[in-house]
Design a protein around this ligand. Structure first.
Ligand code: HEM
Length: 181
């Protein structure tokens, strides 16, 4: 099983634009999260008793898909000894990202970036950095001259941020409130 991304490093220049745009995304979400007045807007979604449990379970879905993404990435890099089709990696990543969108929309639009409680401050910052790193990863995809280590590093960072988001929200909810739907 051969590793697939052994390409000579072309220096960090190809990473400058992806990292700069990723940084702007972090900044824009952070400034918006603080500058706008939280609306408290809540949507009722069929099957859930309220927006909070909906967010908690969607985030858990994104977390599980992200684990599938990491395992399939290890297989793509020849580190697993089993062949998982690359499409599993691509689609688990896309679905995981899509599941976070309605959640983060509610967080930013209805709640904003809060820092009165350390858990919530950590959560809010993790949320902003998650989208910044995800943007940088998408812009640094192979074929645009980025060094070979770019995807494992940005992919690993995006996964770590999502785990932190899940721990500071869904896991907190499950332990503080319970497995409410
Ligand atoms: C983009 C920046 C984000 C900001 C500023 C933010 C902010 C917040 C805030 C202030 C709360 C209320 C916390 C509380 O009072 O308990 C919250 C709740 C929540 N957030 Fe976010 N969030 C962000 C992104 C995300 C993302 C990307 C996810 C999921 C992938 C997420 C998942 C959740 C969940 C599940 C809750 C409900 C559980 C809880 O109340 O802690 N958030 N968020």
């Amino acid at each position: 099983m051969t590793a697939i991304h052994q390409r000579p490093a072309r220096g960090l220049a190809p990473l400058l634009v992806p990292l700069a745009v990723g940084g702007l995304v972090v900044l824009a979400l952070g400034v918006y999260g603080r500058a706008h007045t939280p609306t408290g807007f809540a949507v009722g979604v069929a099957g859930f008793s309220a927006a909070l449990p909906m967010k908690v379970w969607l985030t858990t879905g994104a977390f599980v898909l992200a684990v599938v993404q990491v395992v399939s990435a290890l297989s793509m890099w020849g580190r697993l000894g089993i062949a998982i089709p690359p499409a599993v990696h691509r689609w688990s990543g896309r679905l995981a990202f899509l599941l976070t969108i309605p959640v983060a929309f509610h967080c930013l639009y209805a709640l904003g970036l809060q820092y009165d409680v350390p858990r919530v401050l950590a959560h809010s910052l993790l949320g902003c950095f998650f989208y910044g790193v995800f943007t940088a990863k998408m812009l640094a995809l192979p074929g645009r001259g980025a060094p070979g280590w770019t995807l494992p590093v940005l992919g690993g960072l995006a996964f770590t941020l999502l785990v932190g988001l899940w721990l500071t929200s869904s896991f907190w909810f499950f332990t503080a409130v319970g497995f409410k739907v």
